[in-house]
Every structure is written in structure tokens, then in C-alpha cells.
Design a protein around this ligand. Structure first.
Ligand code: ZN
Length: 272
């Protein structure tokens, strides 16, 4: 249980205060905060609240979305990422998760070049703040408008392209990469390079009725989570297992019962 982290968006209807009350009571050890919970609040104060509640604050979701049609749009994205890094530093979060972005109608190569430029532009500020940046490869179904980085190999290549700098790493989300025949090797490569920062878990439902908000609870779907988890641990990863589930169906129900199901599914997946 000391490796169980829950993303605040997983219980989207709950306020920050409700998350901080119910997560520790259910046995959750850590929180990844989504930026919607920071609106109108002081990040330093929120960080203090999280720790006082007995939770570790793992990371902040999310930055990225670097590609844009013009220079002004790309600069606006860089400015927003700089704000996100400042917020993460004030919170005391270890890293910012990057959903890198893509622009429909623009070539993926062009989007990838803009992503590399955007990360290079904000990395010095992140390094100075002691906040890492975690590139999260997204499933190719999101390559049109959410991310042009779609595999672990691309994420590893992007880190290499930028000189494999300190403070730049990868967030592996099983939802996005479970299908990849090269996954195990790419996990090993990322871990050996010291850049495997985060491990997100949930499941893939059949059928999936919404491309964004129909993720499953661990054990409900077809992702070999235990096997991927073993690969990650064998590669030397000892960080949090972060439950991140967007689900219209689950958000419509009782969140207390939902959190209980998450903890039960986690215990079933990681018995000891
Ligand atoms: Zn994720």
C-alpha cells in the first residue's frame, strides 16, 4: 500500500478537501494532483495541506501541449508550462507530467519538432526549480490532437535528442503503451538511462465507448498490468503505482464506493 498513489482526477467530483480526507482513510499513500484543484489557490499552501493529510505529493498533471499553428500560440504554451513548473515547485511535487500535444492538420514530424523546442525552452527553468519533466507517450488514437509522442521508443528518442539532460524523464501509462511489442525493451532502456519517473495504471475496456473518459479499473480489462508492473520493477523502478482513471461512468457514481473498489483492485493486483 505504500506504493499506492491516486490521481485526483480519478475521483473528479471530489474537491481537494474531500480527496485529502478520504484518500488517507482508504489507505492511499500518495496523490498526483491535477491542476484544476489549484485554481484560485496558493500552491505552497496546497502542498502543505497534502502533506498534513499524510499524503506524499508525487507529481502535477499536467503540462505540455506545445504544438500550435503560430509562434504566439507556441509561446503561450511555453508560458503556461513555466507557470506549471512554478506551481509544481511550490507544491513540492517531484515532476510535471507532459501531455506533449499535436495539431490536427499539421504533420506529426512538425508537431514533434515543436514539442522538442518547447521542452528545450522550459527545461532550464524546471532544472533550476528542482522539478523534473515527465514525457508521457499517449496511445496513437490521440495522435491527432493530444500527442505526437505515441510510444516509449519515441519518448526515449526525444530524451536522447535533447541530450538526455538531468530532470527529463518519462511517465509510462499502461493505458497508452500496453499493446507495444517493444514495451519491455523500452522500459529497460528508459530505466537504464535513469529516466523512468512514473508508472500509471488503469485498464482497457472492451468495448471502449469514449476515447478519453472510458478507462477501466485494474482487472476489468485486457491490459496485462501485473506483467508490465513486473517488467518495470525488474528494471529497477521503485516509485509509486499511480491509479489514473478517467471514467464518466465512475464519476457518475458514489465516489466513496469507487475509491473502495480502487483499493480492493490494487490489493488484488499486488497481494502481499
Ligand atoms: Zn497517465
Amino acid at each position: 500500500m505504500n506504493r499506492l498513489c491516486v490521481h485526483s482526477i480519478t475521483t473528479k467530483p471530489w474537491s481537494l478537501e474531500e480527496c485529502l480526507r478520504h484518500y488517507p482513510a482508504a489507505g492511499v499513500s500518495a496523490l498526483t494532483l491535477w491542476r484544476n484543484h489549484l485554481v484560485g489557490r496558493d500552491a505552497t499552501e496546497v502542498g502543505r495541506q497534502v502533506r498534513e493529510a499524510g499524503l506524499e505529493l508525487t507529481s502535477l498533471c499536467r503540462g505540455g501541449f506545445f504544438p500550435a499553428a503560430d509562434q504566439a500560440g507556441r509561446q503561450a504554451a511555453i508560458d503556461d508550462n513555466l507557470r506549471c513548473i512554478e506551481e509544481a515547485a511550490a507544491l513540492g511535487a517531484g515532476w510535471v507530467v507532459l501531455v506533449c500535444g499535436a495539431l490536427p492538420g499539421q504533420s506529426l514530424d512538425q508537431s514533434r519538432a515543436q514539442i522538442a523546442e518547447g521542452i528545450a525552452a522550459v527545461l532550464p527553468a524546471a532544472q533550476a526549480a528542482g522539478v523534473a519533466l515527465a514525457i508521457e507517450p499517449l496511445h496513437p488514437m490521440y495522435a491527432d490532437d493530444r500527442s505526437a509522442i505515441n510510444t516509449m521508443a519515441q519518448a526515449n528518442a526525444l530524451c536522447d535528442e535533447l541530450g538526455s539532460p538531468r530532470g527529463l524523464g518519462i511517465a509510462l501509462d499502461v493505458y497508452h503503451v500496453w499493446w507495444d511489442p517493444d514495451l519491455r525493451r523500452q522500459i529497460q532502456i528508459s530505466a537504464q538511462a535513469g529516466r523512468l519517473l512514473a508508472f500509471h495504471i488503469c485498464d482497457w475496456l472492451t468495448p471502449t465507448t469514449d476515447l478519453l473518459n472510458d478507462r477501466g479499473l485494474m482487472g476489468e480489462g485486457c491490459i496485462p498490468i501485473a506483467e508490465i508492473s513486473r517488467w518495470v520493477d525488474e528494471a529497477g523502478f521503485a516509485g509509486m503505482r499511480e491509479v489514473e482513471i478517467f471514467s464518466n461512468r465512475r464519476w457518475a457514481g458514489d465516489q466513496q464506493a469507487w475509491l473502495g473498489q480502487i483499493v480492493d483492485a490494487y490489493r488484488c493486483l499486488y497481494p502481499r
